[in-house]
Design a protein around this ligand. Structure first.
Ligand SMILES: [Zn+2]
Length: 873
């Protein structure tokens, strides 16, 4: 901490650990300010390491009390105990036990790393390097140990005492204290250690695995919130059976626990047998959670559960391999959600997230490979690139070798590496072995950063009935990578005629829909092409690239109408809208192409066939999407204006059709979070927002009625958002009414804060400052900060990027005030500046000045120093 001279860690410097720790016995005596930790470690030299030096354990801000070697107290000359390390000068030959006692103050731990207090509970967060804030340890993922954890606490304060594994003992002690002992038979790295203690309510259920084992399921929440766990429990059980059916993976302990806490830096954490969740991703009732919340809960419950095999049973050798567990597990949770819901709708949503989060990261100063080779602070690499692009790489691998070989490769991975800490090379080798393919070029996806661009050109020869498609790859330079090698791309494609996909041949064989691009430029000659085709490229978004293909409006309309690939039908609508919007940004007087309005009308008309899909097709590209397409000298105000004009036009021309859609898409009966009803609500609410875009009184009255009468949070929030966007008195009244209605519910008040923080109005910054004084807000709680400050900086393009620079200096001040208490949270906020270099000159200069102000502050955390230095580099 506090030292801004960063010492980078490099992948090439990896060495196997000099020592191994076979077992860990932790004895934890909980106390709010004076927690006592006694760790007994069974240690031996690692036969795979040639190093002969002293034993050096990691620490972070630790208070040392005493140490014993094989039960004998150590003398001060035998060791050096500093807050950040413990060194034992001479170690015995063979195995030995080292016992170390430390003291902690959980109440003072505002970083939320290590052991801390959240509301009334003690809890831990150890990934990536939090265990060293609990006790001295070889705190690295390739040191796997069997843990036994004894927790002792006041019964009144903490009736529930939880840790990893199975409970093997519990009992009552003197002075109102009690204890529990947990044993986890599966060796694990220290980052997967967890312990929770507190006065919590529990919801119980059970699951029988495919092989007939009974597993107890428990979700712990604050008292009074039990009824909000039903969906999370249901999602957990569905995840457990899905992983058995699709990946052949069974759960392995007698009990699986989830604890929801309200102070958490991340979404959730996959600690073995004891997942700790941000309560936002557990708690849901129709009256408090939106369809999106339900979908997030389902996905994150699944994600953390799936880590039991991809992350826990097989873990990462070092933190450079983070994508080994994250990219693969995101891929698995995306597949799960696709199977539970609509696959095309899920794919489109995932690609939207990828483009908005990852492409912008990959195109700016924070770009890094899926597997970075150097880092200053690992906490800053829990990024969209590692997670989302990491998942895309796994998806491409599956496309290239085929479903069947991919399945065998996964089986081999589980069989070959169970119980090990491995690398990306180990993972890829499994697929190379089962498929017999050389995947060395594919490995570049892990090494080269930046979003590749694929350019496509096609020529139809009418007399020869052929179509020559030429694909080229352009790999833009990124920080530290000026030159790149050609990569391997799976490109799914089809040729579309007026009546749908054409049946064509490639190299004389019936074309199956996939080509592999391996060279800088490659041509593919299709035969039996009887009519002039429109190429439908990158179907299902088969590679995470920018596609440059010159399709005119007629071609886009053909795809929109006739493409068999739903992703590309959606993409055609987006590309068409983007063309219009880019023209409007340049010249706001550009008339709106009536064919586009007609196309949107057609989507509305067919909306009932797949409402969720129609809703996605109606949603115009976001301001960030447009900014990314423009690339440089971006003026956010011009983008907002263009978007507003197009929405206004659609609202005016399609007013009555939109109102009809709102009517027909209403959902009767009690609320269900299932995909069918959620899809109808999403189409209804997209239509509502468009209908109100021209200020239509009739449409605003519908929004008002929906706000007052909704029986679920999805419809209520959508109406609130639409009314607030209108900038009318009705909007202000609705905001006031909402605050009164949900005043005591932090997760709902978070939504209310976000809606206001994202309003593209001149007054929003003043409003955000005002909301910081609301009693519901706290700079100490990550969820509150993200809901208000994060929503403003990351999602309000025009007001964060105000031409007077006030948005930047406001966020810079907040970052500096949070940094001393919670560096991870401060660093995440700072990422809002990731696209500053693409702004027009005036804003660019102001953003740079704000970044330089942050950089100049003495005593920055390593987290913030790292991001600010890379942003300015
Ligand atoms: Zn994860």
């Amino acid at each position: 901490m506090s030292d801004t001279a960063l010492e980078p860690v490099r992948l090439v410097d990896y060495r196997v650990p000099a020592f191994l720790i076979d077992t860990v016995h932790l004895d934890i005596g909980l106390d709010r300010t004076q927690t006592r930790i006694v760790a007994t470690l069974a240690i031996r030299r690692n036969p795979a390491s040639g190093e002969r030096g002293p034993l050096k354990l990691d620490g972070d801000s630790l208070l040392f009390v005493e140490a014993w070697l094989d039960g004998v107290p150590l003398q001060t000359r035998d060791y050096v105990a500093l807050p950040q390390a413990f060194t034992l000068h001479h170690t015995p030959e063979g195995s030995f036990t080292l016992t170390i006692e430390t003291r902690l103050d959980p109440s003072a731990n505002t970083q939320l790393m290590g052991l801390y207090r959240s509301n009334s509970a003690y809890c831990t967060q150890c990934e990536a390097e939090g265990f060293r804030r609990i006790t001295y340890f070889l705190d690295r993922p390739d040191v796997l140990s069997v843990y036994t954890t004894r927790i002792e606490a006041s019964f009144q304060e903490a009736p529930a005492l939880l840790a990893n594994g199975n409970k093997i003992e519990e009992g009552v002690l003197n002075h109102g204290r009690h204890f529990a002992v947990w044993h986890d038979p599966f060796p694990k790295p220290s980052y997967l250690f967890a312990m929770v203690a507190g006065d919590l309510a529990v919801v119980r259920d059970s699951f029988v695995t495919a092989s007939g084992r009974h597993v107890r399921l428990e979700i712990y929440v604050e008292h009074g919130k039990e009824s909000r766990c039903t969906y999370a429990m249901d999602a957990l059980k569905r995840s457990m059976s899905w992983d058995e059916q699709v990946f052949g993976r069974e759960y392995d302990l007698d009990i699986f626990m989830i604890v929801a806490v309200s102070d958490f830096n991340m979404g959730a954490m996959e600690n073995k047998g004891l997942n700790v969740f941000n309560d936002k991703y557990v708690l849901a009732l129709p009256e408090t959670a939106t369809d999106q919340d339900y979908a997030n809960i389902e996905a994150i419950i699944a994600h953390e559960y799936f880590h039991n095999w991809t992350g826990n049973r097989i873990t990462c050798r070092d933190w450079f391999q983070l994508c080994l567990k994250e990219g693969l597990t995101v891929f698995r949770d995306q597949e799960f959600s696709a199977d539970q819901r609509s696959r095309p709708v899920k794919r489109i949503s995932d690609v939207k997230t990828l483009r908005s989060q990852q492409f912008s990261e990959d195109g700016g100063p924070l770009a890094h490979p899926v597997r970075p080779e150097i880092y200053n602070e690992i906490n800053n690499f829990y990024t969209a690139t590692v997670y989302e692009k990491g998942a895309e790489v796994v998806r491409m691998l599956k496309a290239l070798i085929g479903d069947e070989a991919f399945g065998r490769g996964m089986d081999l991975y589980f069989e070959r590496h169970d119980g090990e800490a491995v690398t990306i090379e180990d993972f890829i080798a499994c697929f190379a072995d089962v498929s017999g393919r050389d995947l060395s070029q594919f490995m570049l996806w892990y090494r080269q950063s930046g979003t590749p661009e694929i350019r496509a050109e096609g020529v139809w020869d009418e007399s020869g009935r052929t179509y020559a498609l030429t694909l080229s790859q352009i790999l833009p330079p990124t920080p530290g990578q000026p030159h790149k090698q050609p990569m391997l791309f799976p490109i799914r494609l089809g040729l579309v005629g007026t009546k749908g996909d054409l049946r064509v041949r490639l190299d004389g064989e019936p074309f199956e829909g996939l080509v592999a691009l391996t060279e800088p430029t490659q041509s593919f000659l299709f035969s039996e092409v009887g009519e002039k085709p429109v190429p439908s490229l990158l179907r299902s978004f088969s590679a995470p690239v920018k596609l440059a293909v010159d399709l005119d409006e007629e071609a886009l309309l053909t795809l929109l109408r006739a493409d068999s690939d739903p992703f590309n039908r959606w993409q055609a609508a987006q590309s068409y809208a983007l063309k219009l919007l880019l023209r409007l940004v340049k010249d706001p007087t550009t008339p709106i192409d009536p064919r586009f309005v007609e196309a949107i009308s057609g989507i509305l008309e067919r909306g009932g066939d797949d409402p969720a899909f129609a809703a996605l097709s109606l949603a115009l590209p976001s301001e960030a999407d447009i900014a990314r397409e423009i690339g440089s000298d971006v003026d956010p105000q011009a983008i907002l204006g263009a978007r507003a004009k197009l929405r206004h036009t659609l609202g005016s021309y399609l007013g009555s059709e939109l109102l009809r859609t709102i009517e027909t898409m209403s959902v009767d009966g009690p609320y269900s979070p299932q995909a069918r009803d959620a899809g109808r609500r999403s189409l209804r609410n997209v239509a509502l927002e468009l209908a109100c875009a021209n200020g239509s009184k009739a449409a605003l009255a519908v929004a008002q009625a929906q706000f007052e009468n909704a029986n679920n949070m999805t419809d209520e929030m959508a109406a609130l958002n639409t009314l607030a966007l209108s900038g009318t008195d009705a909007g202000e009244q609705a905001l006031l009414g909402f605050r009164e209605r949900y005043g005591s519910d932090p997760l709902v008040i978070d939504k209310w804060m976000s809606v206001q923080a994202m309003l593209p109005h001149e007054t929003t910054l003043a409003r955000v400052k005002e909301l910081m004084r609301d009693s519901a807000f706290s700079l100490h709680n990550p969820n509150r900060v993200r809901a208000l400050i994060g929503a403003f900086s990351a999602n309000n393009q025009t007001q964060f990027n105000r031409p007077d620079g006030e948005g930047y200096s406001f966020i810079a001040d907040i970052i500096l005030s949070i940094d001393p208490k919670n560096p991870q949270l401060a660093a995440r906020l700072l990422v809002a500046f990731k696209t500053w270099r693409s702004l027009e000159a005036g804003r660019r200069a102001l953003a740079a000045a704000a970044l330089r102000d942050i950089a100049a502050r003495p005593g920055l955390s390593r987290d913030v120093a790292d991001i600010v230095q890379r942003s300015l580099a």
